[in-house]
Write a protein that binds this ligand. Structure first.
Ligand SMILES: [Zn+2]
Length: 76
């Protein structure tokens, strides 16, 4: 899955839950990996209709940092 912390493309808001999301070339609007346990979107891991945002660069950087990477990786 895609990480919001490193994602370089355009970030939208999901009209279903109000959280950030992006356009996945294969499946359409989708949420990010870090949102797996922290958001309550009925469509997760997909997202709803997209709301286009004019992000201020600092706001967007803060937004990305605000999502800790808590995805349960398997330890090797
Ligand atoms: Zn959503």
């Amino acid at each position: 899955m895609t990480s919001i912390r490193t994602y370089d493309g355009k970030i939208y808001l999901c009209k279903t839950c109000g959280q950030p999301c992006y356009i996945n070339a294969e499946v359409g609007s989708s949420h990010f990996k870090e949102q797996w346990d922290g958001i309550f979107c009925q469509r997760y891991p997909l997202a709803g209709e997209l709301l286009e945002m004019e992000w201020h660069a600092v706001t967007l950087a803060t937004l990305k940092r605000s999502y800790p990477d808590t995805y349960p990786y398997l330890s090797s």
